[in-house]
Design a protein. Sequence first.
Lengths: 300, 345
Amino acid sequence: MDFDFSSLFAFLLFGVTIGVVYGIVALGISLIYSGLDIVHFAHGEIYMFGAFFGLVFSHTMGFPYPVALLLAMVCAAVLGMGIERVFYRRLTKGGGGYTVAGMGMIICGFGMSIVLMNIAFLIWGAAAEPFPVDLGMPFQLGDITLPKSYALTAVVAVLLMAALHYFLKKTKLGLAVRAVAANKDIAYLMGINVPMMISLIFGLACGIAAAAGVLIGPMQSVQVEMGYLMLLKAFAAAVVGGFGSLPGAIAGGIVVGIAENLGAAYISPNHKDIYAFLLLILVLMIKPSGLFGIVARVKA
Amino acid sequence: MTAIYSIFGRISETIEKLAAIHRLLPWILAFALLLPLPQILSALFNDYYIYLANKICIFILLSVGLNIVKGFCGQVTVGHVGLYAIGAVSSALISLHFGWSFWLAFPIGILAAGLAGIVVGLPSVRLEGAYLALATLGLGESVRIMIAVTPLFGSSTGLLSIPAPTIGSFTFDSYTNYYYLVLAAAMIGIYLSFSILRSATGRAFMAVREDTVAAAVHGVNVTKYKLLAFVISALYAGAAGGLFAHMPPGYIHHNNFTIIEMVTLLLMIVLGGIGHIWGGIIGAIIVTIIYDQTLEFYFYQPLLFGLTMVLIVIFMPRGIGGMIDRYLATKKFIASQEEKSNAAS
């Protein structure tokens, strides 16, 4: 069997770009987890809603693509904050973290994801909607043609990552968010508006997820069922990178993307969606802390 | 409302009295009472309701199993339907490809589900609880995709004409006949779940649920019991899957194991009250009937079920079982107070 290095390189490249998108969604999940100690199960649906928002803004309303991207992020952030305010707040008020409230939170998030999926289905239907964006001619890298949307994804991901890092590490508001993540009671005592910060965390995470949705639109079509699988892959990315670690989320996403593309190319393309799960189990078995994470072992 | 409550009170009193004579007596009596249900149903309504009774029994088995890991041990799993699918497919495959009888294929299906439970559960339960939720979410969807794309597991056509179980010359090939099998299985499942709850293992589960650190201090091996609870519930799911696969007309398809099935399963537990066995059974009966009656509004079903689940978690976290428990406790308290005041006067 002859081995084609340029096609291997192409698979790697596509894996990295798709993995960056997984990483962006995982970034939001990690952000919520590190801030609130809860796993947000409806995050995939927020991402799906973001993609549909982007589609509506750029095609139905005719905004240019970057504007549509920003508008979709804002809309999804508002949606996420609204859900948090109305539903999750009642549960997290009783004490977040992985307690009985944590179980309620997971069930609530799961229910919410079904509800959002159904609402999107009732609005937009089950068919996959194409999301063509004219970005110009693809790049030529040797034998490989790289569509510009892939490059754009990588650029936007790096920008988002840098902006988030700047926000969390350099601004006063970011300091408040980190304080809430470290200890809510003491943050309260220091005069930080904790509920407001929690809303902010949710808004940020959901906005980031929507950005991922709009970015993946031109690569794949937009459909209602995309959120559920994305959630699975983003979780795998978050675990591979180390749960709660922000750079780890992107790195994990890239690993998952590469594994998925190589698996689809060399093992079996039909089972493409399963490799993320296999990777998840493998990482949990061998190195549960992930690439950059701290071991989240329960002290018992 | 009070009438319903007092019926439950009366029933539980009668059960206690019967159990005082012999602990298996209420179970045998309940089995005997429920045995002619298909005849009653076909006389009152039509044969379709016998199929519904079969389905309810299978879902009771699933919900009781899920309650062990969720209610007793406090671990969240959201991909139980994957284990159910593994049990169904492996049992069906063994009886289709090797031609082995149901009585051999069924236990192998249960074991396969238990094995999958160990593979997924072992790495996840060692870590913080949320990991199990993540891993099971992946399991549920991956198993469905695996079935959907692999021709051996039926892919898009599904597995057809899975043989019905037989004992001697008696074949469980109609819904009425099959009902006796699933009823017995559901009864055994409920009974075993009560036995587990009463045993030292059950108490260890509850200790882990209440406080992992305190449980560890008292010498409970937390990881072991978390895994054990998960595997036991996986065995339940495998049993339910095997029974589902061999149910006439002996047909399984990957659409039987979608996310909506998972939601109905979760809703049963949540509606009935997490950690309440009878509540889970009541939840299974209610949700299965509602699911079946609203099939024509298929497109709105997830909305209905998901929203109900969210609202119950927020406003009624103890579920129906919790409500019944509270009523009985209040009644007992009032009775004891009255007794006291009578004694004083």
